[in-house]
Ligand binder design. Structure first.
Ligand SMILES: Cc1cc2nc3c(=O)[nH]c(=O)nc-3n(C[C@H](O)[C@H](O)[C@H](O)COP(=O)(O)O)c2cc1C
Length: 203
């Protein structure tokens, strides 16, 4: 029925899906079945988008192409490491560095790009792609998969676009990538802050 809430069990499952998701940076060696990747992408395609332009474009990278990407992931670390060296404690810094070098052995990387439209605001286009990404991340989680969204490819955006193929990426803006695979660790929750994040205007 229109406007009827879902069953309480569904609501609490959804809430725990959202709250228990973690960025996963270490994966089992098991491959992810292609049908599962297709389901995840399908969830992305159901996201809302500005003017329903569905301006997202996804490039799924697996196998030897994924192995070849590690060289680029390592290069993208060069700028980021300068910032994280000061911010992270040594053990976490080393773990993060290993992730950039190996991508935690994730068998799948999905690159997310935007086909920007002159009739749509730039930020709306970008936001639409991230809406799709979050659908994909939560769907992966529901299937027992782990993910880690990564802005890092932007450090060497043009190189990554060339790596994916000029024919595939022409006219598109690279926004991010997400690793997908079966998790091989259970990281603690990264703390969330509420202070100053929300303003209520009530009369
Ligand atoms: C847009 C975006 C870009 C991110 N880029 C990276 C990245 O390049 N490398 C990485 O290890 N994690 C990256 N993350 C993951 C964040 O570090 C992570 O979401 C945050 O620390 C909170 O942890 P959680 O996802 O486990 O809740 C990114 C997350 C988002 C949303």
């Amino acid at each position: 029925m229109i406007g009827e809430p879902r069953k309480i069990e569904f609501i609490s499952e959804l809430q725990s899906l959202i709250e228990q998701r973690r960025s996963i940076r270490k994966y089992k060696s098991d491959d992810v079945p292609k049908e599962l990747i297709e389901k995840i992408i399908q969830a992305g395609l159901w996201a809302p988008s500005g003017k329903n332009l569905q301006n997202w474009r996804f490039v799924v990278v697996t196998g030897s192409k994924r192995d070849a990407y590690l060289k680029y992931s390592q290069r993208s670390w060069a700028n980021i490491k300068v910032i994280l060296e000061k911010k992270l404690k040594p053990s976490l810094y080393e773990f993060t560095e290993r992730f950039f070098y190996t991508l935690g052995n994730a068998p799948v990387i999905i690159f997310c790009l935007s086909k920007n439209d002159p009739n749509e605001k730039y930020l709306t286009s970008v936001g639409s792609v991230y809406m799709a990404l979050q659908n994909m991340i939560l769907t992966a989680e529901a299937h027992g998969l782990g993910t880690c969204p990564m802005g890092a490819p932007l450090e060497i955006g043009e190189e990554v676009k060339n790596f994916l193929g000029k024919d595939v990426t022409a006219g598109l803006e690279l926004l991010c990538a997400v690793t997908v695979g079966y998790p091989d660790h259970a990281p603690p929750a990264a703390p969330r802050q509420t202070e100053g994040r929300v303003t209520w205007l009530e009369s």
